[in-house]
Write a protein of this length. Sequence first.
Length: 802
Amino acid sequence: MSIAEKFVAMEYGPALEDPQEALLWLDGHKRRFVHFIGGEWLEPANGGFFDSSDPATGEKIASVAQGSAADVDAAVQAARKALPQWQALKPHTRARFLYAMAREVQKHSRRLAVLETIDNGKPIRESRDIDIPLVARHFYYHAGWAQLLESEFPEYSACGVVGQIIPWNFPLLMLAWKIAPALATGNTVVLKPAEFTPLTALAFAEICQEIRLPAGVVNIVTGDGSTGEALVKHSGIDKIAFTGSTEVGRAIRSATAHSHKRLSLELGGKSPFVVFEDADLDSAVEGLVDGIWLNQGQVCCAGSRLLMQESIAETLTGKIRERMSKLRIGLPLDKSIDIGAIVAPVQLERIRRLVDQGVAEGATCWQPQTAMPASGLYFPPTLLSNVHPASTVAQQEIFGPVLAAMTFRTPAEAVELANNTVYGLAASVWSESVNVSLQVAAQIKAGVVWVNGTNMFDAACGFGGYRESGFGREGGREGLLEYLEPTWFKQAPALPQAKHDSHSNKLSAPQNDSIPADRSTDRPIDRTVKLYIGGKQARPDSGYSFEVRGLHGELLGEAPLGNRKDIRNAVEAAHKATGWAKTTAHNRAQVLYYMAENLSLRREEVSHRLSASVGESQAAREVEAGIERIFTYAAWADKFDGAVHNPPSRTISIAMNEPIGTVGIICPNDTPLLGFLSLALPVLAVGNTAVVVPSETCPLIAGDLYQIFDTSDLPGGAVNLVTGHSSELLKTLAEHDDVDAIWCFSDASSATAAKSFSVGNLKQIFTNEGRAIDWFDRKQGEGRWFLQHATQVKNIWVPYGE
Ligand code: NAI
C-alpha cells in the first residue's frame, strides 16, 4: 500500500515497540534467573527451575528458580538480619533509597515496560503509560512518607520482617504497592512474585543492587504457590501482605490464624459499572474500554458487571457493540493494540469455561468479528447480556475481557444490584447528576468508587476491599498503617493463658424476675441480669443462667447463659439498627455524652457492685476512667474525619472513614466495665452496631450497662449484650456471615479462634494477640488505633472541569 493509499484507508499499520534492550538484558543474564537473597543471587537449594513464557507467542523467555522452603528460610533470615541496621538508619536515609528506586524505575522505564509486556501479555501502551509511571509515582510518594515518618507516626514502629505475595496481572506495580510502604516504615521484605510473571521483580532486584540498598532489606524468592505457602508459614515473618484470588486469601487467613502475623489481603472483585439514564453515554462507553478491557479484563477491580438503567439499555448496548467492534486485538508489543494476550493457558481455559457456563445459564453472548492472531493466548472482547443477577457470570470473578450486563429501574435498585455480591472492591457510577452519583457512591459497599470514571489509581489514595475482597489498604496514610504497630503494643507483655474453666460454673434453672432467696451459706443473691437484644431485656434461649462469684468466691448473682440462638437474634437486631450509622455524627456524640452523664449519676452504685468482683479501689477507678472514656469517644464521634486527596489528574478523591457494619466484641475479663467501654465505644462512635460478650467472669456488669443505654437514647439494636461462655459465643460470632468484624480482647487462644472461625466471610479481626493492655493508660486504651480498626476507608473519586 502506498502512502497515499494508506492516507485514504486510514488503516493501522504495525507499530511494534523495539524489544531490543529488554532482550539484551535477558541475554545478559543468559535467560536464567536465581533468587535474590541477602543482596546476592543465590541458586535454588533444590536446583529446580521453571519456565516463564511469552503469552503472545508461547515462547519460553527464561528459566526461573523454583523456591523451596529452604530458599524461603534463607531469605527470611537475611531479612531478619538486615532489620536492625535498616531501622537504625535515619528516616531521611531510607527516604533517599526510595527516591533512588523511583529514579531508577524512570531511568529504565522502557526496558521494564517491554519486559512486563512480554512476560504478561498486556499491551505495551498500558505497561508504558500506566503500570511503570504508577510504579515510579509509588516510590516517590513513599520516599516522602519515609522522610516524614518520625514526625507523622511518632508512636509507631515497623512490624518487622514482611512476607509479600503478589499476582501476575500488574507484576511490577503490585511489587511497588507492597515494597514501597514496607520500606518507608522501616520493615524488611521477602517478596514472591507470581510464577507467570517473575521477570520485572528480578529486574527490580537488580535496581536494589544498583542503588546499594543494604543487603537483605529486599529479598526476592521466585516460585509457585508452594513457595508462597512456605513464606506464609515461616515463623520468622511478622506480617503477610497478599494480593490474589479470594480462595488463596482464605487459605492464608487460615494458615496464619495460629500465629500473631499481621495480615492484609487484597482479593478478587466483581465490580459494578452503573450507568444512569442521564449519563454521558459516549464517555461511559470509553470508561468501559478502560473498565473491563484494560489488561484483558485481568484486573481485580475491573468493571465486570454492567448495570444499565432500563430506559437507556438498548442505546447503550448498541454503542458498546459498536465500540467493541473497533477494539484491536493483537501482539502486545504493537503500540496500537487495545487487547493483548491472556497470561497463561489455564487462565484462558477458565475464561472460556465461565463464558460457556454463562450461556448455559441463559445469557446471550456477543463478540465482535474482530481479526484475531492465529496463535497465542487470545480471547475476544465479550458482552454477555440477559444475565440473571444470581447467575455464575454475575457472581464469580471471570478475570477476562468479559462484561456481564443487567438492567435496573431506580437508583435504589441499582444500589441493591451493585451490592448483590460477596465482593466489595470497586465500583463506577455514571450520571451527570452530582446528587445521584454521590448518593449512590455512598451506598455502594466498596473500597473505591469512581464517579464518571474508572480504574484510576494513585499512591496517595488508599485502595482495598470491603467484605470478601479482603481487608487493609494500599496507598495513602491508611496503607502505611498496615506496616506499623503502636510501639507500646509491640512491647506489651503476654497475658497468662486463661483457664477456660468457666464451663464448670454451676448452671441454674430458669429464673423468674424476683431475686431468688438465699440457697446456701453464701451471701444472698442480689442480682440476676438478662441479655439485652434489640433494646430489650431478653431471657436466654437455653433457659439457663450461670452463677457469678465474687473475689472471695461468694455468690454475687446469676447471668444468662447465652447460646448460638441468642447470638443470632442479637446479630439480627444489630443489622436492623441501620439508623445508627445513618444518624449524624453530632447525634451519635450526643447519645454518647448522655451515656457518660448517666454513668456519672450512677457512679456510686455501679462502683459498689463492681467492687465485689474487682475490689473497691479498682471498681472506683474503672467507673471514673469509664466516664472519661465515654467522653473521649463522644468527642471523637464527630471528628474522626476522612481526607480529600489531590491525585495528579483533574479529580479529587474523597477518602471517607466508613463504619464496617456489625462488630462482634469479646471483652476482657479483668476490667469488666472499662474494658467493655474501651471496645464498644469506638465501635459505636463511628456508626457501627455491636454484639458484645461482656467479661465472662463479671457478666453482671451487663445489668448496669443496659440501664445506662436505656436511659441515654441509644437506639435499640445499636448495641446488644449476650453473656455466657466467651469461647462458645466467639465461635458463633466469628462464623456468622452477617458479622463484619470481630474484636477479641482475651487470651492468645481466643485470638487464634477468632481468626480460624472467621475464614468463611473473611472478617476483619482485631485482637490484642494475647498481650496485656493497660486499659487505664489512655495511650494504650483509647484513641485512633481503635477508631482505625472500627472504620474502613472508602475513596470516592470525583472528576472536575470540562
Ligand atoms: P492465585 O491467588 O493463586 O495467585 C496469586 C499469588 O499467590 C501467586 O504469587 C501465587 O503463586 C501465590 N499462591 C498461590 N497459592 C498460594 C498459597 N497456598 N499460599 C501462598 N501463596 C500462594 O491466583 P491465580 O491462580 O494466579 O489466579 C486464579 C484466579 O484468581 C484468577 O482467575 C482471578 O480470578 C483471581 N486473581 C485475582 C487477582 C487479584 O488481583 N484480585 C490476581 C490474580 C488472580
